[in-house]
Every structure is written in C-alpha cells, then in structure tokens.
Design a protein around this ligand. Structure first.
Ligand code: HEC
Ligand code: HEC
Length: 435
C-alpha cells in the first residue's frame, strides 16, 4: 500500500502538530510546541507539579536496581535534591542567561521538548532529539551514542555546548551563581561547602535520580490486575516478545521477558537517517578529526555537525558501530514524540511501520536483527496500544490526548508504511564500503 498522500495532509499535519492542540496550562501540553522565531532560545518552562521528585513506592519500580544506581557518596538528601532541581531550571548557567536544562527537558512533556531536534541558545538547532530524563538514572550510558556513563558527566556537556547552553566553560557557569545568596545557602546545606563545579553537577544528577517513573497501567497488569490494560495492549505485549521481535533489543535478557526498562543497554543500527548522508566521507572525517576520548570534540560533532549520523562510531571508530545508536528505554514513550535520535518519525505508528518494513535496503551497516515483520494493520495498532500502556500515572491525561493526536495524525499520514516490503522477503544487504 502506498503512503496516504491526500491533499489535505499537510494542512492537517500542521493543525495537529503545529501547536493548534497545545493547551495553555503548564501540565497539559500535547503535540509539538509552536515554532520559534529565528535566533530565539526556547521558552523556559516553570517547575510545576510534574517537576517534583517521584515517590519511592510505585507499581513496577525495581527497588533493588534503584538502590544500586544511587552512589553512596551522593544520597538523595532533601537539600541536594532541592538544589539540583533549582539548578535544572537555572538559565544563568547558560552563556546568555536564557537556557536551562528544563528548556529542552520540560517536565510537562515528560522531560523532552517535543521538537524533532532540540533548539538551544540563540535558536541554534542541534542534530539530535532530546531523550527524556525520566529513568535516565538507569541508563548504563548517557546520550544516544553513550559517550559518557554517569549523569554527572552528562550534565557538564550541555552547559558548555555552543548549540545548547553555550557557557564559555563550567567555571563561567559556576561564577554566574556563586555570588547568589540563595545558592550559597543551598550548597552549604547540601554539601557543607561553597558553590563549586563538582557539587553543582552532583546536585543536578541527584535531582535526576529522583525521577524514577513507573506506575503505568502495564505495571498494574503485570502485578495481576488483568483489567489494567486493554485487550489490544495485551496482544501488543505478546507481539512485542514474539512476531514483532522488539524484545531482541528492547529487553535486558534473551530468555526472560523484560518488564522493567525495555532496553538491552546496547547499540544497534536500525536504519535511521543513514541513507540520507554520505557516510564514508563522514567516517573518514571523524577518524581524522576526533581523537578517541576527546569528549568535548565528540560532543560538538554529535550535536553540531553532520558527523552526528555516525552515532556510536564517533566514540569507538569501529566499523560495526557506524550509525548505531543506543536502544532507548520505552517507558513514557507515547509522550516523547517525535521519535528516534533525529526526531524523524512523528508517531508510534510511523515507528511501527519502520520496523514492519525492516528498512535497510540501502544501509550496509544495518543490524542483522532487522527484517520485514509481515505485521497486519490491527497488529500494528496492538503494538502501539502496548507502548501507550507504559505511560506513568502522573501523565495519564497527557497520554490520552497524545494517543488521540497520534491516532488522528496516523489516519492522514503514514509516510513509513510500505506493506509490500513488510510482507516481502528480507532484502540482500549491500556490501560495506571500506574506509
Ligand atoms: C538545547 C537543548 C538541551 C539542553 C539545554 C539540555 N539538553 Fe539534555 N539532551 C538534549 C539532547 C538533544 C540530548 C541527546 C544528545 C545526544 O544524544 O547526542 C540530551 C541528552 C540528555 C541526557 C541523556 C539521556 C539519555 O537517555 O541518554 C540527559 C540525562 C540530559 N540530556 C540531561 C540534561 C541536563 C541535566 C541538562 C542541563 C545541565 C540538559 N540535559 C540540557 C537536549 C538538551
Ligand atoms: C535491532 C535492535 C532493535 C529492535 C529489533 C527494535 N528496536 Fe526499537 N530501537 C532500537 C534502537 C537502537 C533505537 C534508537 C535508534 C535511533 O534513534 O537511531 C530504537 C528506538 C525505538 C523507539 C523510539 C524511542 C524514542 O524515544 O525515540 C521506539 C518507540 C522503539 N524503538 C520501539 C520498538 C518496537 C515497537 C520494536 C519492535 C517492533 C523495536 N523497537 C525493535 C533498537 C531496536
């Protein structure tokens, strides 16, 4: 079947995605945010109720795992968490005082920005889609390419990245708040010391470690409440672990069903974006320009340059890692549209269509786990219903509206739908070029 291309499509997409459905209240935003005038930083959200630390008791929350990811040297003390939350919303950490972490990780949007690629200081558009910070504490590595391991290391990079917060260096960011009497008190209360760089990063990470987000209908279903999710979501969960092959990557174990985070913490090339780029010259450029381990250079390449498409290769320089990206966890995924590292897909139906046709006709580095799935339209709907059942309780209403928005959009636009390929044989993979 051909993708639907009605004349009305663009207008409808603009209506659905261009902000027409955005509700004014802080905790009720859906769809993409309104476009920004050129040169302007994104608006800074206020810390509403959805910014608050999450309860320690939640259906589905893996208590032992949670305890294991909190470093004994950085306990979740109320003082450190309060400091970290304030810093997360602090635009003074940026070069021109306009951008904070929350500018791209808005609690009302499940800590994402709803844009395909994030916009930072002075309206600069980066190459990548903002992942959620919810449950980021459980990531074995941070960023789509896993270029750092800890949340502390992660927090340092956007502050100085020229497309994100654009501070000259971390010392300059610290200097902006060091004279502030509130911060002096908060740093003393949290760590018994004056304002300093290390504790600043530590406090931000500590706040992020309060953002465990479980308690979804799926968790109540797994706990035994058979009516917590729809029959369609139940069928989707079965498909996820069988015919749809999602569990090959979105599960920690090969043998047991993963009900926790839905990631293997590994990197795979699933065919996103790669065919639009001249990969070989980019890989050669990366090998020349990016010394392995030079973190700021890699960060710059990932956010600011076309080399971004190389993914994990930027860090390892391994042929196998070309255009490989981290398998993201799937909790709250309904709320984190648009999808993939480049924000290239608008809805979960587009994501499902992508997997269904298997992609990779032109991608020599495609994971051998990718293949056409021969899923029918009702099966694709079931898969989406399952993904929607991973929405945490505080976002229930957003989830319902976002589901309706994506469903409406999917009725007029399915650009990835390619039924012939989905039911066809696995294409022969082209040979890998040498570089
Ligand atoms: C201009 C938008 C922007 C700002 C400001 C920003 N981020 Fe991000 N954030 C992103 C994007 C885009 C990525 C993915 C980049 C990549 O993978 O290369 C990201 C990735 C992350 C991740 C990794 C999540 C994962 O699943 O791998 C965390 C955690 C995070 N940001 C927290 C923060 C914190 C803390 C701050 C403030 C110190 C911050 N961000 C500032 C856009 C932003
Ligand atoms: C070969 C491993 C692999 C398989 C199989 C796989 N995924 Fe993924 N998934 C990934 C990787 C890697 C990404 C990130 C890719 C990128 O952005 O370039 C991803 C991204 C996603 C995203 C986007 C998340 C976001 O925050 O943007 C969704 C949703 C998703 N997968 C769902 C599924 C479903 C549903 C299936 C089964 C039909 C599936 N995946 C099968 C590895 C896999």
């Amino acid at each position: 079947m051909k993708p639907v291309r009605a004349a009305a499509t663009l207008a409808t997409v603009a209506l659905l995605y261009g902000g027409a459905l955005v509700i004014a209240a802080d905790d009720a935003v859906y769809g993409g945010p309104p476009a920004l005038p050129p040169g302007q930083s994104p608006p800074l959200p206020k810390p509403g109720p959805l910014a608050a630390p999450r309860p320690a008791q939640q259906a589905g929350l893996p208590a032992a795992l949670m305890a294991s990811v909190i470093p004994p040297t950085s306990p979740l003390t109320p003082a450190a968490v309060a400091l970290g939350q304030k810093l997360f919303f602090e635009p003074r950490l940026s070069g021109d005082g306009t951008v904070a972490c929350a500018s791209c990780h808005d609690p009302a949007r499940a800590f994402t920005d709803g844009r395909p690629q994030s916009i930072g200081i002075g309206g600069k558009v980066g190459q990548r889609n903002a992942p959620t910070v919810l449950n980021a504490m459980f990531n074995k590595t941070q960023f789509w390419d896993g270029r750092v391991n800890t949340l502390e290391q992660q927090a340092a990079l956007p502050i100085t990245n020229a497309f994100e917060m654009g501070a000259a260096n971390l010392a300059a960011a610290v200097a902006k708040i060091a004279g502030d009497a509130d911060y002096q008190v908060l740093f003393r209360q949290a760590y018994g010391r004056d304002v300093n760089e290390r504790d600043m990063l530590r406090a931000i990470a500590t706040y992020e470690r309060t953002l465990a987000s479980f308690d979804a209908p799926f968790d109540r279903f797994i706990a035994g409440d058979k009516s917590a999710v729809s029959d369609s979501a139940k069928r989707g969960w079965e498909l996820f672990n069988t015919k749809a092959r999602c569990n090959l990557c979105h599960a920690l174990s090969k043998t047991e069903r993963d009900t926790t985070l839905f990631t293997d913490n590994k990197f795979h090339n699933i065919g996103i974006g790669v065919i639009h780029h001249r990969v070989v010259p980019l890989a050669e450029q990366a090998e020349h320009e990016l010394a392995q381990g030079h973190l700021n250079g890699i960060d710059q390449a990932a956010i600011e340059s076309e080399m971004s498409v190389l993914g994990r290769f930027l860090i390892t320089h391994r042929d196998d890692d070309v255009a490989s990206f981290k398998t993201p966890g799937l909790r709250n995924v309904l709320l984190t549209a648009p999808y993939f590292h480049d924000g290239s897909q608008a809805t979960l139906w587009d994501v499902a269509d992508h997997y269904n046709h298997g992609d990779g006709v032109n991608d020599p580095w495609l994971s051998d786990r990718m293949q056409p799935l021969a899923m029918t339209e009702p099966e694709l709907d079931d898969l989406v219903a399952f993904l929607a059942s991973l929405t945490s309780a505080p976002y229930k209403e957003q989830g319902e509206r976002e589901y309706a928005r994506q469903l409406a959009l999917s009725k007029v636009s399915r650009p990835q739908r390619d039924t012939r390929r989905a039911f066809g044989p696995k294409p022969v993979q082209p040979p890998r070029p040498k570089f």
